[in-house]
Design a protein around this ligand. Structure first.
Ligand SMILES: *Cc1c(COP(=O)(O)O)cnc(C)c1O
Length: 396
C-alpha cells in the first residue's frame, strides 16, 4: 500500500530521531536559553511543515525560515509559535508579515520605512529583530548604525522591537578566533543598545556549531538547524553530543542482472567490468539531486590541495564517499556515471536480490528534489505520507 502511494523512490523521515536530537541539544543549553528551531529550506529537506509542527509540540520557542512565504506555509499548516524570518524582504512582502504574524529581520534603513508605510494603514503590529553585521559580510547593520536603527523602529507605533542578532561565519572550524571576534563585536553592539536605554531584547548569535563548541555564546536564544537533523557541522564534534540520523533515501530496484566481463556500464562507458558481476539498476539520478555536489572555487592553497587529493583518491577508488546502496542482505557501490534518472549499483556481493527490493542510498540531503515523496515515521510506524502537496495522515 505504501508503495503505490510513494512510487519507486522516497525519503523516510524519522520524527523520533528529531525529537531525540532536540532533547539532547536542550541538555547542552544553559538554563533559560530559548530554542529556535531552523526549518528553512524545507527543514533541510525534511519537510518544514512536519518538522515545524513537531517542534512546536515538543516545546521549541520559535522557528526560523528564510522567506516570508516559508513562514506563511507554516502558519497555514497550523503552526502558532513565533516564526522569525531571517531573510531580506521587498516592500511587497510586508503584507505577509502582518497577515501571518511573522517576525521580521530588519537589516537596512529602507526596510524600516517599508514597514512603516504598512503600519500607517493597519492597526496590527509586527515584531522585529535587528540583524547586525559582525563578519558574515552578507546583510545586517554596521554595529555603529544599530542604535540609530533601533530608535527609528521604536518611533513607529506598529513595530515592536523584540530582538537583536548576528550570524557566525566559521563557527564549525576548530580555530575559534574569528568567531570570538564576531562575538565581541556583537556584545559591544548589545551594550551600546543598553546604554541607549533599549533593554530586554532577545540577543542571539549561536548556531549548531556554537551550541556544541561555544557555550558562552548562547546568550538568550540559540538557532539550531544541522544538529536537529542528526548531523554534525564538523566531524571533530561527534563525541560531544549524541545525535540520531533523521533522513534516509530509499529506492526500489527496477532491474537486476549479471553482466559479463568487459561490459561497459552507463553513459561515457565510464565503468567497465573486470569480471562477471551482478548489477542492480535504481530509478534515481541527477534529476532527483542525487550526486549533485555544490562546487565552489578553493579559497586557499590548502583547500586546492585537498580537492586535488580527493580527486586522485576517488580516481583510484580509495575514497569512502563513493555513493553506496544498502540492501537487507548487504551493500553495493554505485558504478559508472549517474544518469539523468538511473543509477547502477554493483551488487555482486549481495545475494538473492530481485526487482522491487528496496535499497537505502547514501545521498546529500540539501540537493535532493523537494518533491520526492516523504514518509514520516513515529514510534516505528508510518504516520504521514507527503507526495508533492498531497498529504495522507494516520497511515498504519
Ligand atoms: C541556517 C541558519 C542557522 C542554523 O545554522 P546551523 O548551523 O544549521 O544550526 C542559524 N541562523 C541563521 C540566520 C541561519 O541562516
Amino acid at each position: 500500500m505504501k508503495s503505490s502511494l510513494v512510487g519507486s523512490k522516497w525519503i523516510e523521515i524519522d520524527l523520533d530521531a528529531i525529537k531525540t536530537n532536540y532533547m539532547n541539544i536542550k541538555q547542552k543549553l544553559n538554563p533559560g536559553v530559548k530554542f529556535l528551531g531552523v526549518v528553512k529550506a524545507d527543514a533541510y529537506g525534511h519537510g518544514a511543515v512536519e518538522v515545524g509542527l513537531l517542534l512546536e509540540k515538543i516545546g521549541a520557542d520559535m522557528l526560523g525560515v528564510t522567506t516570508a512565504e516559508e513562514g506563511k506555509e507554516l502558519r497555514l499548516a497550523g503552526v502558532s509559535i513565533p516564526i522569525l524570518v531571517f531573510g531580506a524582504f521587498f516592500p511587497e512582502d510586508v503584507e505577509l508579515y502582518f497577515n501571518f504574524n511573522l517576525t521580521a529581520t530588519v537589516a537596512c534603513m529602507e526596510s524600516i520605512q517599508w514597514l512603516k508605510q504598512c503600519t500607517d494603514r493597519d492597526d496590527k503590529s509586527i515584531k522585529i529583530h535587528i540583524k547586525v553585521e559582525t563578519g558574515m559580510g552578507r546583510f545586517g547593520f554596521w554595529p555603529c548604525d544599530v542604535v540609530l536603527a533601533a530608535k527609528e523602529i521604536l518611533k513607529i507605533p506598529g513595530l515592536q522591537l523584540e530582538g537583536v542578532y548576528s550570524h557566525l561565519a566559521v563557527a564549525m572550524r576548530k580555530n575559534k578566533s574569528f568567531s570570538f571576534r564576531q562575538f565581541s563585536v556583537f556584545q559591544e553592539t548589545c551594550k551600546s543598545l543598553e546604554k541607549a536605554g533599549i533593554k530586554g531584547l532577545i540577543r542571539h548569535i549561536a548556531n549548531s556549531s556554537a551550541v556544541v563548541d561555544l557555550p558562552e555564546m548562547q546568550l538568550d536564544m540559540v538557532r539550531v538547524g544541522t544538529l536537529l537533523y542528526g548531523q554534525y557541522p564538523a566531524p571533530y564534534m561527534e563525541d560531544t553530543l549524541k545525535l540520531k540520523d533523521s533522513w534516509v533515501f530509499k529506492a526500489k530496484i527496477v532491474y537486476v542482472r549479471d553482466l559479463p566481463r568487459g561490459q561497459s556500464v552507463g553513459y561515457g562507458r565510464a565503468f567497465r567490468t573486470h569480471k562477471n558481476i551482478s548489477v542492480a539498476v535504481l530509478p534515481i539520478g541527477v534529476i532527483d539531486g542525487f550526486q549533485v555536489e555544490p562546487v565552489s572555487k578553493p579559497v586557499n592553497g590548502w583547500e586546492l590541495f585537498k580537492n586535488i587529493a580527493k580527486l586522485i583518491l576517488n580516481y583510484f577508488g580509495y575514497l569512502r564517499v563513493v555513493p553506496f546502496a544498502i540492501f537487507k542482505e548487504g551493500k553495493g557501490k554505485v558504478i559508472g556515471k549517474v544518469g539523468m534518472q538511473y543509477t547502477m549499483v554493483d551488487v555482486s556481493r549481495v545475494n538473492n536480490l530481485k526487482v522491487g527490493d528496496v535499497a537505502q542510498i547514501s545521498a546529500r540531503r540539501t540537493t535532493m528534489r523537494l518533491d520526492i515523496p516523504k514518509v514520516y515515521l513515529e514510534n516505528g510506524r508510518i504516520v504521514r505520507v507527503r507526495v508533492g502537496s498531497i498529504v495522507k495522515n494516520g497511515i498504519k
